[in-house]
Design a binder for this molecule. Sequence first.
Ligand SMILES: Cc1cc2nc3c(=O)[nH]c(=O)nc-3n(C[C@H](O)[C@H](O)[C@H](O)COP(=O)(O)O)c2cc1C
Length: 302
Amino acid sequence: MIMNKRIKILGLVGSSRKMGNTEILVKAALKSAAENGAEVELIRLTDFNILPCRGCVSCIRLNTDCRINDDMTIILDKFKECDGLVMGVPIYTYHLPAIYKLIHDRVYMIHKDYRKFIGKKAAIIAVGAMEIENNLVIPMSYLFLRSFLFHPVSCVKITKAMGPGSVLLNKKAMEKAKIAGKKVHNAIQSNLKDNNSIGCSFCNNNFVEIIKNKIRCPFCGRNGELKNNGIVWENGKVINYLSPEFIIDFFGINKWTSTTRAAYKKEILEISERKKEYKDKNLKIRWIQKEDKKEYEEKSVV
Ligand SMILES: Cc1cc2nc3c(=O)[nH]c(=O)nc-3n(C[C@H](O)[C@H](O)[C@H](O)COP(=O)(O)O)c2cc1C
């Protein structure tokens, strides 16, 4: 229970549209959290310069800071500072908008001080214009949150928000957003663990793969069966990208990189040999370049 410290809740607006539906819903959530005593802040993600991960993995391989010089550290500092988060998602092509994916792919940056990210509570507020359910967006939002070690406690999905601000005419939607803000605040106060998810008993996703007559959570790999109009999840141990054990192991002792690196080292000579066939000088494939770009310089990963 947090007693003396004022609870800090951060709102993320994933849309560039000023006073759009996402911004309004996130503001409604923060407003209700503030009415309950929280200190609240907002970030419009698209105001920041977030570049794609280059895949050099020097952050986890060499334990260095990320080599990309952009605004990602501002976002991560804010994640670390807050006690709770309201993730505002405008639904784009049934999915998260690209700005979230850019941030998500930089998640290895948290490995150095991952402990500062653990256990913060979060709510998802996703909004779309269509009548359909956009069922992919929620699992992807969960995945985003869990990757940054947030614990989701509330999830709201609003449909039929046609133009910027139309959500203001949807009383139920506005109410849901306010409740989401309150839930995050209450969950922080009471250190709530459960989010009453109807999906995977482990990672909370309500999105499953069907494999013959079995089902599997595509994120954490847990298996289950459809029985008696419900899902019965297996209890056995699962090797699991999202499990706290995995994350701690991964970030803590770097097992993943050391084992994969050792395996890669053994194969490196053969890989170099086979690469020759695909070197540009041995191929007649033309690279498309930006007109102002100098001649393509081949950069070998090895
Ligand atoms: C590129 C793009 C893709 C979109 N794709 C979807 C979609 O798949 N499903 C949906 O319900 N709405 C979709 N929308 C509509 C937005 O989700 C909707 O307008 C939402 O209110 C945007 O939030 P904002 O007002 O905060 O920008 C899309 C909008 C854009 C611009």
